[in-house]
Design a protein around this ligand. Structure first.
Ligand code: NAD
Length: 322
């Protein structure tokens, strides 16, 4: 990868990829794009930024050809809860933009990556703990269905059109740089903001809801390792399960208490988000990623909590001072 176009660069994951790849490849070799520019953001001020609505295939193609990119990291997507509110739009955005991106990657002989999700699994994937990568995939959300369709499209474009298309399934990625949204597992970001700002958090998932997590810096590291792996070493190409640790809201609260002893968690369940979280495996078996390309994430729960609390305090203090 020498020159990359990133879609959805202003999002939680996109911010991290953009900063990291500008460091690795040089700022002139990273074309950060999102539907709207945020004029004061590092994305806009510290390198190339172009406005791109990924449903606009003409503009997507123009930009990729203009900069002659050799990789597309496609992060733009509607997340789980927003997707349920408008399934027709979610399908056309999430799935349509993947096929558009794959067509453009084919034209440019570029590598193509998109992040799939644990949401690609359905309630019948067994066992719920250590769920294998290759098993029944019957997602019950439109977001999960669009992610699984994306995996199939990426496989199709690889086998039939020679595109070096790759994807991984993430559980929840945790970051402190962007405020949480309305995703089914956004509690894992919101809890840190509220721990610092209020000393307590009201959680909308049951205390024992177990899911997979990865600190976002670790996720970027691991994806870059994956994308740099010689394709001859890969048996699978899409839908690699990747995770660092599994945890419940109770576990995350206990980790926060190690640093903020007075922190309190209470629960007020949101049935919609609980049903979405319950449809996902508790923990994915990621042994194929470990075997084929050396998945080796480093940052566990307590270390992640320490990093987030330390940096979030500074961030919130700086924001307060503005
Ligand atoms: N965050 C996680 O825990 C997680 C887990 C699994 C998979 N993923 C996937 O990773 C990717 C990034 O997730 P995120 O958490 O950064 O999401 P996010 O919502 O923070 O960012 C998504 C970005 O996409 C942009 N976008 C939306 N519609 C667009 C359009 N039509 N054209 C161009 N840009 C558009 C948004 O402006 C936003 O900046 C998504 O594909 C998501 O499904 C994320």
């Amino acid at each position: 990868m020498k020159k990359v176009l990133i879609t959805g660069a202003n999002g939680q994951v996109g911010n991290e990829f953009t900063a990291r790849l500008r460091k690795d490849l040089g700022k002139d070799n990273v074309i950060a794009t999102d539907i709207k520019i945020k004029p004061d953001s590092a994305n806009a001020t510290e390198g190339i930024f172009e406005e791109l609505d990924v449903t606009d295939v003409k503009r997507f193609r123009e930009l990729a050809h203009k900069y002659q990119v050799d990789a597309i990291i496609h992060l733009a997507s509607l997340l789980s809860v927003s997707s349920e509110k408008d399934p027709v739009f979610a399908w056309s955005l999430n799935t349509g933009s993947i096929i558009n991106g794959l067509e453009i990657a084919k034209e440019l002989k570029a590598q193509f990556f998109f992040p799939s999700s644990v949401a690609a699994y359905g309630v019948d994937a067994q066992p719920r703990f250590n769920t294998p990568q290759d098993t029944f995939m019957h997602p019950i959300t439109i977001y999960g269905a669009s992610k699984y369709a994306g995996e199939m499209l990426a496989n199709y474009y690889h086998w039939n059109h020679g595109v070096d298309a790759r994807s991984v399934r993430f559980g929840r990625l945790v970051s402190y740089k962007v405020r949480p949204g309305q995703g089914a597992t956004d509690y894992a970001v919101a809890i840190y903001f509220d721990a610092i700002e209020k000393g307590s958090y009201e959680c909308y998932l049951r205390p024992d809801t177990m899911l997979d997590f990865m600190y976002v810096d670790d996720a970027v590291d691991q994806v870059l390792k994956f994308l740099n792996t010689d394709e001859k070493k890969l048996t699978h190409r899409n839908g690699f399960n990747v995770t660092t640790f599994y945890a419940t809201p109770e576990d995350i609260a206990a980790s926060i208490k190690k640093f903020i002893p007075d922190f309190k968690i209470t629960y007020k369940l949101d049935p919609v988000r609980q049903a979405i979280a319950d449809s996902w495996p508790q923990h994915m078996d990621d042994s194929w990623a470990r075997k084929e390309w050396g998945l080796d994430p480093k940052i566990g729960l307590d270390q992640m909590t320490e990093i987030i609390l330390t940096n979030l305090r500074i961030k919130l203090k700086n924001e307060g001072a503005k």
